[in-house]
Design a protein around this ligand. Structure first.
Ligand SMILES: Cc1ncc(C[n+]2csc(CCOP(=O)(O)OP(=O)(O)O)c2C)c(N)n1
Ligand SMILES: [Mg+2]
Length: 902
């Protein structure tokens, strides 16, 4: 007969009738199995729905393991040896951090994260992570950033790192062989593949990486079918919008090559992730709702007999009602407290544990610390078809640290451990370090021929090698010279030949030409977040196809004939149309731009986006791309605070060039003409793909149409474009003119500098020079480099930068105008040999016509000419009392608002 709890929940139905229902359910399960029972229940649910009965929605399953122990795959490893290895890894990881902080206070590091996730990693290291080797393109493992000590510790046992490395954890500079705090390919280019410690970036990158593997396979570029992407996340990390923001892409794309493992230790830095709720249940609902396969690993094997005995579901119910903050309390409490407060709420539950001692209750483990449970979960995950899998593994933060941190709110930052606690840790994990030695925190490595070491190495050998390991390929591509038709055609080196166009159009021409190139074409990965039409690049849709893993299951509305342009989706498509998703598009850029290192094949991403939604929207992903040593081109379309005129404050970008300067491996350019763009792209391709430099590019491109001249036939022009400046044109000095204004222009605003030159000549008979400044940041980089050398080599012949050499004997005044904030041009002030006046677009943009906006920001031809006269006046070469008249003459309102404050 049913118990009172069931009778109460459906009160009003006669007990005998309820009994019948329950008996039927058991009978079907017993005779036909779970699959048939599922079908039947779904059918009954549909019937109820058709009769107007709405069932309450729940995306959750009970708070127990998804895989019942009777369905667990048998653990194939040697449990004892794996436990020994894991304990040694734990010890060395802990010792590394504690030692570092003992000798160098404030160096930092984390013990508790890896302490909670050691089993998650060790089971995967022994049985799942496959290295890149032979015909296997390798698994991509995104390690939780602050679990890095555990990865170093294992690499030490594997013989890949020495004791000296461990001693120099977080001390990279003095020894030159230190270990980076977190996974940084920039700092450890043969070890780490993926920077993950800015939380949320690893997760989103991993999704797009898994999709990129499919893209490579479907396009016939590389057989990536054996590769799996693994991402290890913290439960606190899941609060970052990037972490869960792209879940549906993974399920929509059926990325069963993707496995996430969330280390649910219920804590983040300050305290519980969800003290008053249940993070595992919350995540389960989110992932199930998004179409993922969810595997919860909540309880260790010790709980199996208890759950088997829980016939009426009271224990499961109790497990489900306790909130995370309270579970954390049980972690730090003794067995008696647990018995009384967890089991003691119901006499029947209490009875279930009466045969267990307090010590046993205290030590029964959570699922994430049980290798058998984790193995079963991994096995199920890698065999699941049609959807990505997330494993929600419940663990204890600071596991094994005892009073020194286990489950404590301060666990995250714990890095100093008293001797008594060290001894307890040593004893708990059975590390052969004596009491006398323990204060020195010695690292421990068993003999090479010990069973532990032999086992560890055999396992990794069977899985193709070590993980992580970054193996950048030395493949060099044959990059066409500048005289190739990719670069010579209209509107590039040849100019626009009487027509008009924008630099965005010029970029489109390069892309269209490049994808046709015999060897290079296939390597190009154009990435666009739903703006191809804005950039006039929709022609690429038909030309190279939009990648879609499903091909095209519909007839596109704009397909009027096979030859016309239309929205062509294809499984072999080359263009990644990411939708309105700059973060996702950046993640694709990173996957493609690092393929040379992670897949052994150079790919050339061109990510073209709305420039305003680049650096300030996904700036951290751009930083992550730099750390990843990405190659490729970021192209900020619709650049310029006044050139993108109608869109207003939140669209008009005038600061990307400034932020770009802050990314060390980024080369950023602000070209004005098609030929400049062609020169920059060709040189970029050469440096990145022919020379193998691990840098990437940022290009500002604009949407203003104008005529583009052919490239001037002077040798120094190409060099100037690449180095950042070249003289474009000069007007004759008037008689007796001692100083010639030097007018610097960038991007579309170069044309205002040219207008200023004309005004100066026509109205004031002053000759001047116009320079196209293609890159203030490159000029600065070179100047700083020379200065650095000079500072450290006093008494030796000083080096001279390109900027200094180019402006040698030029007196100025120097006037800079651009569609960027003034600081962009200000970055070279130190090396400008004279008066330097900078105009720029500081202040909020707004919608207006281009001429009005350019006047508002005082960057137009008239304001530039006026600035030149001011400069001359300061040098005593123009009568300053005439300046008010000049203002009048040029129609500049002296009482106009200051754009900076408007
Ligand atoms: C974007 C970002 N914000 C803040 C931090 C600082 N931080 C490092 S670890 C951490 C707590 C992590 O908690 P959780 O994700 O639950 O990982 P656990 O250590 O508990 O496994 C914080 C706040 C960071 N690394 N990245
Ligand atoms: Mg956590």
């Amino acid at each position: 007969m049913l118990d009172q709890a069931v009778l109460d929940t459906v009160s009003g139905i006669a007990p005998e009738e309820l009994d019948d229902w329950y008996e039927s359910l058991e009978d079907i399960l017993h005779r036909y199995g779970p699959e048939k029972l599922r079908e039947l229940l779904v059918h009954l649910q549909e019937r109820a729905y058709a009769r107007g009965v709405m069932l309450p929605f729940t995306a959750n399953t009970p708070y127990i393991n998804t895989i019942h122990h009777s369905d667990e795959i048998k653990f194939p490893g040697n449990r004892e040896l794996e436990r020994r290895i894991k304990n040694i890894v734990r010890w060395n990881a802990m010792a590394m951090v504690v030692r570092a902080n003992k000798y160098y206070d404030g160096v930092g590091g984390h013990i508790s994260t890896f302490a909670s996730s050691a089993t998650l990693y060790e089971v995967a290291q022994n049985h799942f992570f496959h290295a890149r080797s032979g015909d296997h393109t390798g698994d991509m493992v995104y390690f939780q950033g602050h679990a890095s000590p555990g990865m170093y510790s294992r690499a030490f046992l594997e013989g890949r790192l020495t004791e000296e490395h461990l001693i120099n954890f977080r001390r990279e500079l003095p020894a030159g062989i230190g270990l980076s705090s977190y996974p940084h390919p920039w700092l450890m280019p043969t070890f780490w593949q993926f920077p993950t410690v800015s939380m949320g970036l690893g997760p989103i990158c991993s999704i797009y990486h898994a999709r990129f593997l499919r893209y490579m396979e479907h396009r016939g570029m590389l057989d990536t079918s054996k590769s799996r992407v693994w991402a290890y996340l913290g439960d606190g990390e899941c609060d970052e919008p990037e972490s869960l923001g792209a879940l549906t892409l993974a399920s929509r794309e059926n990325l069963d090559n993707l496995t996430w493992v969330i280390n649910c230790n219920l804590q983040r830095l300050d305290g519980p992730v969800r003290g008053n709720g249940k993070i595992i249940q919350e995540l389960e609902a989110a992932f199930r709702g998004a179409g993922w396969n969810v595997i919860k690993v909540v309880w260790g094997s010790d709980w199996d007999p208890l759950l088997d005995a829980d016939e009426d579901g009271k224990l499961v119910k109790r497990m489900g009602e306790v909130v995370d903050g309270q579970y954390q309390k049980y972690t730090v409490s003794d067995g008696e407290y647990i018995r009384q407060h967890f089991f003691g709420t119901d006499p029947d539950i209490l009875k279930m544990v009466e045969h267990l001692s307090d010590e046993t209750l205290e030590s029964i483990r959570r699922g994430g610390h049980d290798p058998v449970k984790m193995y079963a979960a991994y096995h199920a995950a890698v065999n699941h078809k049609g959807a990505p899998t997330v494993i929600l593994a419940k663990t204890v933060k600071g596991y094994g640290l005892g009073d020194a941190g286990e489950g404590q709110n301060v666990a995250h930052n714990q890095k100093k451990i008293a001797e008594e606690a060290l001894k307890a840790f040593r004893t708990r994990f059975n590390i052969p370090v004596s009491d006398a030695e323990i204060g020195k925190l010695p690292f421990y490595k068993p003999d090479p021929d010990s069973p532990e070491m032999e086992y560890l190495n055999q396992r990794r050998e069977a899985l193709g090698g070590y993980v992580p390991e970054r193996k950048a390929c030395d493949e060099r591509l044959n990059v066409p010279e500048l005289d190739d038709k990719i670069f010579t055609t209209k509107p590039l080196l040849a100019g626009s030949e009487g027509g008009e166009g924008s630099t965005t159009f010029a970029l489109g021409a390069i892309l269209r030409n490049l994808v046709k190139h015999e060897s290079l074409g296939k390597r190009v990965v154009p990435i666009i977040p739903d703006e191809a039409r804005t950039f006039g690049m929709e022609g690429l849709f038909k030309q190279i196809g939009i990648y879609s893993s499903k091909g095209q299951l519909y007839e596109p509305v704009d397909k009027l004939s096979e030859s016309a342009m239309f929205y062509k989706e294809s499984k072999q498509g080359q263009l990644l149309e990411e939708g309105i998703n700059e973060a996702g598009a950046m993640s694709s850029f990173i996957a493609a731009g690092s393929a040379y290192a992670n897949l052994g094949m150079n790919m050339i991403p061109f990510y073209v986006y709305y420039s305003m939604f680049g650096f300030q929207r996904v700036g951290d992903l751009i930083w992550c791309a730099a750390d990843t040593r990405c190659k490729g081109f970021l192209c900020g379309g619709t650049s310029g605070r006044t050139t993108l005129n109608g869109e207003g404050l939140q669209h008009e970008d005038g600061h990307s060039q400034l932020v770009a300067t802050t990314v060390p491996s980024l080369r950023s350019y602000d070209p004005a003409y098609g030929y400049e763009l062609a020169v920059i792209v060709q040189d970029g391709l050469r440096r990145m793909y022919a020379e193998g430099e691990e840098i990437f590019y940022y290009l500002s491109v604009y949407n203003e149409n104008y005529a583009h001249p052919a490239m001037p036939d002077r040798g120094e022009v190409v060099e100037g474009i690449i180095k950042g400046m070249y003289r474009l044109g000069s007007t004759d000095s008037c008689e007796g003119q001692r100083h010639r204004p030097q007018l610097f222009g960038s991007g579309t605003i170069l044309r205002e500098a040219i207008r200023a030159q004309q005004i100066l000549k026509d109205k004031y008979n002053i000759g001047s020079d116009v320079w196209s400044i293609t890159s203030y940041s490159e000029l600065r980089r070179d100047a700083m480099d020379c200065q650095h050398w000079n500072d450290l080599h006093p008494g030796q012949a000083p080096r001279r930068s390109y900027l200094e050499e180019t402006l040698d004997n030029v007196t100025g005044p120097f006037i800079s105008t651009s569609d960027n904030v003034r600081l962009v041009a200000d970055q070279i002030r130190e090396w400008i040999p004279g008066e330097y006046i900078i105009l720029g677009t500081d202040g909020f943009g707004r919608s207006e016509t281009r001429p009005e906006l350019r006047r508002h920001f005082e960057i137009d031809g008239e304001c530039t000419a006026y600035a030149a006269l001011r400069g001359l006046a300061r040098m005593g070469a123009f009568d300053s009392s005439k300046l008010p008249d000049v203002l009048n003459d040029l129609g500049i309102d002296a009482e106009k608002i200051n754009p900076l404050n408007a």
